[in-house]
Structures are given as C-alpha cells and as structure tokens.
Design a binder for this molecule. Structure first.
Ligand code: BGC
Length: 736
C-alpha cells in the first residue's frame, strides 16, 4: 500500500501545489512526529561519538524521517569540491572555479557532483558556499568564489542549477561568516547598506535561482546568533526575499537558544538532537510557544522535499563516480582556472610557454611539488583515490625531457640542480595545515562545552570535554588524513598571507642561478608576493586544483593549453592595504570596503588587480555598445590579435564621477568569458539587471537607482587602461 508520503508525491506530480500537499501531510502528523523533524535524526551522544571516531563523512547526515507516514527525511552530504562520502571526483576548489569566470562550466561541475551524490543516497548537497572573501587570511577562503558579490552570485547560481538537477542544494553560511578561528564566537557588526550591497547580494541571487535550503552561520550578526537572528531569517530571507525553502543550522552547536531559533525561522537543527529539543518541548508544555510554530517549520521542510521529489530521486549507478567524463571535467576546470600572473621575457622571448630543446632538463622544486594537496581537510575534504601532483603531471607530459626532483633535498642541492637545468619550476604555497576549516583548541570551542544538552549535568560535561581533548583536537596526521578518524586537520585562518620563509628562501636561491625560474603558487586565496616577485620572470597561480591538477599545470606550462584564469580577488602589494583582520576577534565591524574596492578608495595600486590574468595571446575589445531598457544590455567585439587561440573574460565595471552616494570606484556588473580563435573576432552580448546599480535606502529599506550619468569601463580586469569607456544617463531616480 502506498504510504502517506507517496500519495503526497503523487498529488504534487499531478500538479497540486507542494505547499498545500505538505500542509495536509503535516496535519496528519502527531506533535511528537513534528518535533522529531526539528532536528537531526540521531541523539547527541550517539552522534558525537560517531562523528569523532571515524563516522564523519562515512554516510550522509539524516533528518526529518517519519517511518509511520513513509516520510524518507533528507540526507545531507557536504561539498563544495565534490562528494565527501567514500571515494569521489575531486574538483578544483571553488576559488579556483571562481577564476574561470564561467558559470556554465560551474553548472556542469554541479551536475557531476549531483550525479555522484545520488550514488551515496544523499539528496541534500552542502556545497553552495558563498560567503564573501573579505580578507585572504580566512581559512575557508577556498570554499567560496571570490571577493565580488556579482561574480560570486553568478558562480554559485551555476553550481546550484547543476546540482539541483539531481538533489536539493544548501546555500551557506548565512551570513557574514568569513573568519574561521573565531567563527564560534565572533559578533560581526554591519550597517544596512554594507549588509545588503556587499555581503548579501550573492545570497539573494542564489535564492532567486531556486536553491532549496539555507544553512545559518555560527557567528552572530549585530549582536544576535545567526541561527536565531530574526532580522536575517525572518525579515530578510523570508519576508523581503520570499524564500520558500527550509533553513538548517550549521553543525555542532550551531544553535544557541532552541526556542528563539524556532521563532526566528530555523527549521532543522543539524546534525543531531542537540540544543533545541528539550527547550522546545518544555516551551510547548508551558504554552510559551504554539504548535503552529512547529507546524510551520515542518511544513517548510516537507514542502521542499515534495517539490524536489525527495525519496523518488533517481539513484545514479556507482559507475558515474570517478568516471572519465568527471575526471576530464575536473581537469578542464583546472586548466581554465590557472592564472598566469607574470610572464616576463628572457632573452627576447616570453618565459612561458616553455620552449625546450629535446632532452632539455627541467628541475622541479618546492615541498608542494610532489604532494597530494587538493585543499582543506575539514568538511569539504574529498577522498579522491588518485591525485596527479604537479611533479607527476609534468613528468608525464614532458616525456622527452629530463625531469629532476629530489624530495627533501637541501637548498644547496636544489640550487646545484637548478644550475644544471634549462628551466626550474618551484611549487610553493599552502596546505590544509596552514589554511582550512578549524576545529581546534580555542576559547570558543571550550566554551561550547557549556552548550551541551543537559548542560546542568556536570558528569556529561566533563565526559564530553575529556572526549574532545583526547580524540578531537590532537589526532595524529596519519589518522586524520588517511582514515578521517579524529576528523579534521587543524587548518584555520592563515597566520600570514605571504609565503613561508623557507619558500621565499628557496625561490630566491633557485632564481639566483636559474634565469628561467617559474613559480607556481598553490593556495586558496591571495598571497602577497612583493618580497620576491621581482626576482623571478614567471608566476602561475595554480590553486588546489583537484585530482587531475598536475596534468592541467603541465599543459599550461607547455602551452598545450593557453591560460585563461582570471583573479577572483585582488593581490595587494602589502597586507596593510587590506581590511583589519584578527583571527581571534570577539567583535569585528565589516564596513563597505574590502578587496579591490578598498584599494581603489585608498589609492593603493594592486600588485595584481581583481579580474587580472595573462594569456599566451592578446585580445582587444572593440565596438562597445550599451543600451538601457529595463535592464542594461552590453555588446562588444573581442579581437584575438595574437597567434594562438585563447579565451578572455570581458568585464564590465560601473562607476559614478558625480555621485552623491559613497560607492566603489568600479563595481563589476557583468562579465562574459569568451573563446576566440587566433586572428578572429567574436561578438559578446551580456546584460545586467538594474539591481546591480542599485543603492539601499536605509530609511525605507527599499532600493533605488541614482539618477545622473553612469560611467562604464568594458575591459579585461578592474582598472584596465585599455578598457572602452561608455556611459548612459538615468534621467530620474528609479525606485525598484
Ligand atoms: C561547516 C559546514 C559543514 C558542516 C557539516 C560545519 O563545521 O561549517 O560548512 O557543512 O560542518 O560538515
């Protein structure tokens, strides 16, 4: 006999509104069943024991299952760089994907991850992470796409479209979560314009794309924890944006006050029955809250599940995991993401691509050259069985050459090798130990002991504290990395945004004896390079580039692939040009200014501006046109004036010379990646919604477009002197 849930699905299939069907289904639930849907399926102690003894990422996290009615619940699995349960295809990290400036490619990544998720029984993907990169020291910078709200929104929308062909997706972490070590305790102060014009537009963009679920952040915003923040969850998300999906908390201790969280609109506490169950039950019994509040939360969850046909989603065959198509897609993304930052001439010709005589010698240096190094060791870690390191990629590509690399050789030995080589490649940067998600010893994590269920029980509290200290914090590397027992690597926010002293010493020593020294940076966000960059002719930003990254790098270096990645953030000359960052902050104010916008405002020239990247060919932009008719339409032609096929990204920045409102000198409103054959011309068309030009009215909480002349720069990076300048006039202020 069909279950109540199956009958409900049938009604939805027959065209009845899922919200109506869900309401009927919820009406048939007992209060206990409804309360059961308000948090993860597993009780706290069982869960915490499991998660800290190897259970983390062994299977999806479950919630909202009601056996009696056949409600299957949902099954959450993390991201963003691939499936985290079992072996899976590891894609380049999101920041690398941001550098492709290619939302369609990102959609294909989402599609591939969605298919792989369906082999492990997951139906909720946790990978749409779009917190804005405010400062490159942020440990989880690699999980987002960059520093610009428009660009981040478009990339996240692409991933959502692709993934949601197969599963529901989760947009996270709502909101203002862009510090790692302090995330459990920090309060972020933000004014209304900054919140809506800088830190939220990309969330709104992805809500408009139809994302199913939103995960709240750990931190508090303007004095209230995100998981119980009525301004964020009720006023903005539900009322202003009209979000109809469901809201889940971030993981352990993401909720502080159970009743407040329910009132604010948090639907499910994840991943276990933790903080809110007991207080909600008590508040119901005392009549402090109504059953209606519980009903609404459960209805939102079930409406979304029914809309997405959870329980009847097609299950992918296990053969899609690590299939050739996905591995090649991972490689394609890596190839399109690598950014050629510097390519000076040596003896009259460019350092890259490498032009070598047969039998030439290539020396490879750096502690990251032969390391499996595909990013964070926290919730986004992907178990790719084979990772092509830079060394392996270069060896396999340059088969007619002598490739030398000596692991752990002294600097002197490496210098001797470099001296005898025709070219030297130095692979330096970071690993999961220096940047990534952080679960370590900090005041805030220890404080959390006070949050555990039945916090008045000192025996449980000390048992938990002992457990955390023994098993969670200090698990040996082999365990953390190989089997995930003990879970996370330490990661956290970077201590410095420069290379380590050892890396710099190596670069300098090699460059001193080898004029053709190519530096490859592996990192998840900006690295300040001022102390060594003048000593080397070429630099490639290689990212954590997924399971086939080594192949991609070799193709870029050899010229088989023409580099086309563009920086999704600014690289400053000096860290003092960035916003204040204190990884242990208890309080921080986010003002309007970060990244390229801040450098522009303060008159600091970037070392490499936002959107910048070189190619082995040259492009020029011609015949730009702009027309305003409800939306803003742009057209231009891109001429590849060089002798190689290649791709560039047309970037459209807007500014105001005579504005009454403080605003960025240049704000990205549209971009379009375009491939152009050598010598040919391609036409580019793109649009921007008027919302991209809008200002938040802090009195009425509405949006308007300022009247007057708007200046546009149509170029290939922010501040590109070769941009074409256009303008248009908005005769009268437009209220949106
Ligand atoms: C992270 C989330 C993640 C969750 C589950 C949390 O620590 O902040 O991004 O989805 O863990 O792994």
């Amino acid at each position: 006999m069909a279950t109540a849930y199956e009958l409900a699905l049938e009604k939805v299939r027959n065209g009845i509104n899922p919200a109506v069907v869900a309401a009927e289904l919820v009406a048939s639930m007992t209060i206990d069943e409804k309360i059961h849907c308000l948090d993860g399926a597993v009780p706290f102690w069982v869960g915490i024991k499991d998660i800290t003894t190897g259970g983390y990422h062994s299977r999806p996290f479950r919630a909202a299952k009601v056996e009696r009615l056949g409600i299957p619940g949902f099954h959450f699995s993390d991201g963003p760089r691939g499936v985290v349960v079992g072996e899976a295809t590891a894609f380049p990290v999101s920041m690398a994907r941001g550098a492709t400036f290619d939302p369609e490619l990102e959609e294909r990544v989402g599609d591939a991850i969605g298919k792989e998720l369906r082999t492990i029984g997951a139906d909720l993907y946790g990978g749409i992470c779009v917190n804005l990169l405010r400062h490159p020291a942020w440990g989880r910078a690699q999980e987002t796409y960059g520093e610009d709200p428009h660009h981040v929104g478009e990339m996240g929308a692409g991933l959502t479209r692709g993934a949601q062909r197969h599963v529901m997706a989760t947009l996270k972490h709502f909101a203002l979560n862009s510090m790692e070590n302090a995330r459990f305790g920090v309060d972020v102060k933000v004014d209304e314009r900054t919140l809506h014009e800088v830190y939220l537009p990309h969330f709104k963009r992805i809500i408009d794309e139809g994302v199913a679920c939103v995960m709240t952040a750990y931190n508090s915003v303007n004095g209230e924890w995100c998981s119980q923040n009525e301004v964020l969850l009720a006023d903005i998300l539900r009322h202003e944006w009209g979000f109809k999906g469901f809201v889940i908390s971030d993981w352990i201790f993401g909720v502080r006050d159970g009743v407040k969280s329910l009132r604010a609109g948090l639907d499910v506490e994840m991943p276990y029955r933790m903080i809110r169950n007991a207080p909600i039950v008590a508040a119901l019994a005392e009549g402090l809250i109504t059953e209606e509040l519980v009903t609404s939360a459960v209805t939102r969850t079930l409406t979304t599940m029914l809309k997405f046909k959870v329980g009847k989603l097609p299950v992918s065959d296990r053969s899609v995991v690590l299939c050739r198509e996905h591995l090649m897609l991972s490689q394609e993304v890596a190839e399109k993401s690598m950014v050629l930052l510097k390519n000076a001439n040596i003896d009259g010709s460019a350092s890259l691509p490498l032009v070598l005589k047969s039998g030439a010698k290539i020396s490879i240096h750096g502690r990251l050259a032969a390391m499996r190094n595909i990013g964070d060791g926290g919730s986004s870690d992907v178990m790719a069985p084979n990772v092509v390191t830079p060394l392996v990629g270069i060896r396999e590509h340059f088969v007619n050459f002598e490739v030398v690399h000596e692991l752990n050789a002294s600097v002197e030995t490496q210098v001797a090798q470099a001296k005898q080589s025709d070219v030297s490649i130095v692979v330096v940067g970071y690993t999961r130990e220096e940047e990534g998600e952080f679960i370590g010893d900090s005041e805030d994590t220890v404080d959390m002991v006070t949050q555990i269920p039945r916090q008045d029980d000192p025996v449980l509290a000390s048992e938990y504290k002992k457990y955390m200290l023994e098993n969670h914090h200090f698990a040996p590397d082999e365990l953390r990395i190989k089997s995930r027992n003990g879970t996370f690597s330490i990661g956290g926010d970077r201590q410095s945004i420069r290379l380590s002293g050892d890396d710099v010493q190596l670069i300098r020593a090699v460059a001193k004896v080898q004029p053709r020294t190519i530096v490859v940076i592996v990192a998840g966000s900006a690295v300040v390079m001022s102390e060594w960059i003048n000593e080397v002719p070429a630099v490639v930003f290689g990212w954590y580039s997924g399971c086939n990254g080594g192949h991609a790098l070799a193709k870029i270096l050899s010229g088989t692939v023409n580099p086309s990645g563009r920086l999704p953030f600014v690289i400053p000359q000096d860290e003092s040009h960035l916003p204040f960052f204190d990884r242990n902050a208890k309080k921080i104010t986010y003002d309007y200014w970060h990244g390229q916008w801040k450098l522009d405002r303060d008159g600091n020239k970037a070392m490499f501006p936002f959107g910048f990247g070189c190619s082995y060919t040259q492009f020029s932009i011609l015949d730009a046109k702009v027309e305003v008719s409800g939306i803003v339409n742009f057209e231009c032609a891109v001429h590849n004036t060089g002798s190689r096929d290649g791709s560039t990204v047309v970037q459209i920045y807007v500014g105001r010379k005579d504005s009454a409102i403080e605003r960025p000198r240049r704000r990205l409103v549209a971009f379009q990646r375009v491939e152009v054959r050598a010598g040919e011309i391609a036409q580019v068309k793109c649009t921007a919604s008027l919302q991209n030009f809008a200002t938040r009215n802090v009195q009425t909480h509405n949006w308007f477009v300022e009247s007057g002349t708007w200046q546009l720069e149509i170029g290939q990076f922010s501040g590109d002197l070769n941009s074409l300048n256009k303008s248009f006039v908005i005769p009268q202020r437009i209220e949106l």
